[in-house]
Design a protein. Structure first.
Length: 242
């Protein structure tokens, strides 16, 4: 696991967008694993800016989102589906059929998790996975205590994650209690991983990720076993290292 320290949020976002563009421009077909949340918002804006300026084509890009809330429809304003279209997919020329996001509202969520995992197996893991990190060290929605062997599954969100995500909802009790998420084992199938972290709220999680050795209480520490992980942390997020 390598670390790149950058000054702030803007530089972190530009670094990540640059790597995605390199991949897109350098491959005839590319599969991206994508994250939602506050961290990648500027990265998506920069990709959209690039698209407007340079018309970088996304026709050969296939995307697989990490997770989705359970129990809300894809047209719910807080669904990750809406997030992705609003921040990214609506603004570039990616074919809709290339986009994959778990369905949070189905009669059988466990079946949906299996279906999603099969899609990722079919491509033998994504080429480039973008991750954020939760204040409690989660990646995707793999909360502390989740076995690292789990593939895509349904998970109950912790109180701290629901509180952290309440900023997007009118009331905290509207935040869904469950989600469907790629498991750690799914994430580890990726060929390359970029984990982005910005701000002092992430400093403890970044410190734990580097100091813990494959500890289920710090899900992000699972990334230590992967051969190609780059952590891009800004000064505040990296403040507790060294
Ligand atoms: C989002 C995801 C989560 C977030 C994490 C950080 O798809 O899987 O793991 O990356 O909760 O969220 P922000 O960026 O809002 O701090």
């Amino acid at each position: 696991m390598r670390l790149v320290k950058v000054k702030g949020y803007e530089e972190m976002s530009a670094f990540a967008a640059g790597r995605i563009l390199e991949k897109i421009k350098g491959s005839q077909e590319v599969t991206l694993g994508l994250a939602t949340g506050g961290t990648p918002v500027r990265m998506y804006e920069l990709l959209v800016q690039d698209y407007k300026r340079n018309q970088t084509s996304y026709r050969h890009v296939f995307t697989y989102n990490l997770d989705e809330y359970a129990g809300i429809p894809s047209d719910h304003p807080n669904s990750y589906y809406q997030f992705m279209f609003q921040h990214f997919f609506n603004h570039v020329n990616i074919p809709k059929e290339n986009i994959h996001i778990p369905q949070g509202l189905t009669t059988d969520l466990h079946q949906e998790a299996k279906r999603y995992e099969k899609l990722i197996d079919k491509i033998s893991g994504v080429d480039l996975q973008i991750l954020g990190i939760g204040e409690n060290g989660h990646i995707g929605f793999n909360e502390p205590g989740t076995p690292f062997t789990k593939e895509t599954h349904v998970i109950e969100l912790t109180e701290s994650t629901r509180q952290a995500n309440a900023r997007y909802f009118d009331h905290e009790d509207e935040v869904p209690t469950h989600a469907i998420t790629m498991g750690i084992a799914t994430i580890l199938k990726s060929k390359e991983i970029l984990l982005l972290a910005s701000g002092d709220k992430k400093a403890e999680a970044i410190y734990q990720m580097f100091s813990k050795d494959h500890d289920v209480e710090c899900p992000a520490s699972a990334l230590k076993t992967h051969p190609n992980v780059l952590v891009i942390a800004d000064e505040k997020a990296a403040a507790r290292l060294e």
